[in-house]
Design a protein around this ligand. Structure first.
Ligand code: NDP
Length: 256
C-alpha cells in the first residue's frame, strides 16, 4: 500500500499542459515524482509552465511544440518525449477548444477545428504512445471529457460531440488495450475557472450565476481540483480501474 500514488520514475505527457486544467494536472504529476512533457502550441506559455513546474518541484520537465490537428506533429512529439526520457507511461489528453454557435451557423471548417483538436487529436496521441506503453509493459491514458459528455447544450454541437466521443473512445481503448496492461479512463470536469470558461462567461451572459446555482457545492471549481483524480488514475492505485468516466464536478452531474 505504501507509495500507492507515487509516480516516481514515470513519464507523463500532458497535452495542453501550458495552462488551465492541463497545467494543474502537470503540476500534480510532477508533485508525485513524474517527469513531465508539456505539449501545446504557444511556445512562450509552454516555456513559462516548464519553468514554473521545474522551480516548484525540481522535476524534470520539457516543453514540446505540437498542434494536435497535425498527425505528423503528434508523432514528432512522442519521438521527442521518448528521446528525452526513454519511455512514456502516462498520457493526459487534455488539450481542447470550443467554438460556440447555434448548430445552423457552423461552417464545416469550424466543426473540423473542434473535432480534430478534441477527439481526433486525442485518438492520434493515444495511437502514437501505444507502442512505447506496450513496450514498457503498460501505461495509463487519461482523457479529459466534460459535463457535455453527458448533457446537451444549444451552442455545443461540435464540442459536445467531441466530448461525448471522448467517453466512447475511452471505453474502446480500455477494452482493446487491457491485455497490454494499459488502463484508459476519462475525467469529466464540471465548470472550472480557466481561460476557456473566461471566454464562455463573455459569450454566455448570466453563466457565472447559472453555474453557481446549478452546482450543488455552490461554486465554480479551480484547475488544481482536477489534479487529485488525475494522479489517482495515473498511479498504481488505479491498476484495476479502466474505461470509467469520473466526474469531478461539485455534484453537477447528479443534481436533478
Ligand atoms: P484552456 O483554454 O485554458 O486550455 C486549453 C489547452 O489546450 C491550452 O493549453 C492550449 O494550448 C491547448 N490546445 C488547444 N488547441 C490545441 C491544439 N490544436 N494543439 C495543441 N494544444 C492545443 O482550457 P481548459 O484548461 O479549461 O481546458 C482543458 C481541457 O478541459 C479541455 O479539453 C476542455 O475541453 C476541458 N474542460 C474544461 C472545462 C472548464 O470548465 N474549464 C470543463 C470541462 C472540460 P495552446 O493554445 O498553447 O496550444
Amino acid at each position: 500500500m505504501k507509495d500507492l500514488f507515487s509516480l516516481a520514475g514515470k513519464v507523463a505527457i500532458v497535452t495542453g499542459g501550458n495552462g488551465g486544467i492541463g497545467k494543474a494536472i502537470a503540476r500534480g504529476m510532477a508533485s508525485m515524482g513524474a517527469d513531465v512533457v508539456i505539449a501545446a502550441r504557444n511556445e512562450a506559455k509552454t516555456a513559462q509552465a516548464v519553468e514554473d513546474i521545474r522551480k516548484e518541484f525540481g522535476a524534470r520537465v520539457i516543453g514540446v511544440k505540437v498542434d494536435l490537428r497535425e498527425e505528423g506533429q503528434i508523432k514528432a512529439m512522442v519521438r521527442e518525449a521518448v528521446e528525452a526520457f526513454g519511455h512514456i507511461d502516462i498520457l493526459v489528453n487534455n488539450a481542447g477548444t470550443n467554438i460556440r454557435k447555434m448548430p445552423q451557423d457552423y461552417a464545416p471548417a469550424e466543426w473540423d477545428e473542434v473535432l480534430s483538436t478534441n477527439l481526433r487529436g486525442a485518438f492520434l496521441c493515444a495511437q502514437a504512445v501505444y507502442p512505447s506503453m506496450k513496450a514498457a509493459g503498460g501505461g495509463k491514458i487519461i482523457n479529459i471529457g466534460s459535463m457535455t459528455s453527458i448533457f446537451g447544450g444549444a451552442k455545443l454541437a461540435p464540442y459536445g460531440t467531441s466530448k461525448g466521443g471522448i467517453v466512447q473512445l475511452t471505453r474502446s481503448l480500455a477494452v482493446a488495450w487491457a491485455p497490454d496492461n494499459i488502463q484508459v479512463n476519462a475525467i469529466l470536469p464540471g465548470w472550472i475557472n480557466t481561460d476557456l470558461t473566461r471566454q464562455a462567461r463573455k459569450e454566455l451572459p448570466g453563466l457565472e450565476e447559472r453555474v453557481v446555482s446549478r452546482t450543488p457545492v455552490g461554486r465554480w471549481g479551480e484547475p488544481e481540483e482536477l489534479a487529485g483524480a488525475a494522479i489517482f488514475l495515473a498511479s498504481r492505485a488505479a491498476d484495476f480501474v479502466t474505461g470509467v468516466a469520473l466526474p469531478v464536478d461539485g455534484g453537477f452531474s447528479v443534481m436533478l
